[in-house]
Design a protein around this ligand. Structure first.
Ligand SMILES: C[S@@+](CC[C@H](N)C(=O)[O-])C[C@H]1O[C@@H](n2cnc3c(N)ncnc32)[C@H](O)[C@@H]1O
Length: 275
């Protein structure tokens, strides 16, 4: 029905390697914790007491642990052997086995979870940019949701102003890499694989008519991308100012369509039809 995801082996290898340094890198980069906080600020008003969360591409489990500590039940899924091992170790160390369960699978194979129902599906920090067609994932959502369930997808869109600014340095290829519909080459820990970028409208179409978008926000619009460590370290006050701009503009059209990532939250109603 949809094109098959051919990236899986390389993605597994790349993120297994990255799992060893993922948390340390995040700790050393202040923009990543700022970005995570923006996501939490968007998500928390949509989580009801007792919500059961399905997390896709959980990585090392930072978000699962955050949600579990607030009392939510989380089922973590990820493809990568290394990430699954990291999450499992962290859950044990934090003694959160009662609240977090782990299941290794690709988000294109969520049919393996059809015997469970969730109130919230969550995918953070561009994990979904590893799939060539979002419908390979979203097609499963209706079968996993309780009615009135919500989904939050944090996905990288094609238009990222800070990457496009690389044009000023003559870096034409990098500036427009996200626009390549056949996929852009990403290199994670020496392993290269394809990544794909989706606009807010493409995400909405992939979700389909049973979903209503209730929140749309840019993440990293004025604020630089976290990979610009040198700039970030040299311009702390400027970064704070950019973060204030993001606070004011990031949820408003047309700013909420572009950025390093987009935060989209949608509600599932088996009866609604979107215009
Ligand atoms: C950039 S990390 C994000 C991790 C985590 N969500 C976070 O916020 O830190 C991307 C994650 O997506 C996972 N991933 C990539 N393709 C996947 C797939 N097809 N199914 C499940 N997980 C996948 C990777 O293994 C990796 O853990």
């Amino acid at each position: 029905m949809f094109p098959i995801n051919q990236n899986s082996e390389k993605v597994n290898l790349a993120f297994t390697k990255q799992s060893e340094i993922y948390d340390e890198y995040e700790k050393s980069n202040p923009l990543l914790s700022w970005m995570r906080q923006q996501v939490y600020d968007a998500v928390l008003p949509h989580l009801k007491k007792g919500s059961k969360i399905l997390e896709l591409n959980s990585g090392t489990g930072t978000d699962a642990i955050f949600f579990a500590k607030l009392g939510f039940d989380v089922l973590c899924t990820d493809l990568s052997d290394g990430m699954i091992k990291k999450i499992s170790d962290k859950i044990k160390n934090e003694n959160l086995q009662n609240l977090i369960k782990v299941f290794q699978c690709s988000y294109t194979e969520l049919d393996k979870l059809y015997n469970e129902k969730f109130d919230f599906i969550f995918s953070n920090f561009g994990g979904l940019n590893c799939v060539s067609d979002l419908r390979l994932v979203t097609t499963h959502f209706p079968k996993l949701f309780n009615d009135g369930g919500k989904v939050c997808l944090v996905i990288m869109p094609p238009v990222c102003p800070w990457e496009i600014l690389q044009l000023l340095k003559g870096n034409f290829k990098f500036a427009f890499r996200r626009f390549d519909k056949s996929g852009a080459n990403a290199n994670v820990e020496g392993v290269s694989f394809k990544t794909y970028y989706f606009s807010a409208n493409e995400i909405k179409l992939a979700l389909g008519s049973k979903f209503r978008i209730i929140h749309k926000q840019a993440l990293g619009l004025f604020t630089p991308i976290p990979q610009m460590e040198n700039f970030i370290n040299k311009h702390e006050r400027l970064i704070k100012l950019f973060q204030k701009f993001d606070k004011v503009f990031s949820k408003h059209f047309p700013f909420n369509l572009v950025g390093d990532h987009l935060i989209l939250i949608a509600e599932y109603k088996s009866t609604i039809k979107q215009k």
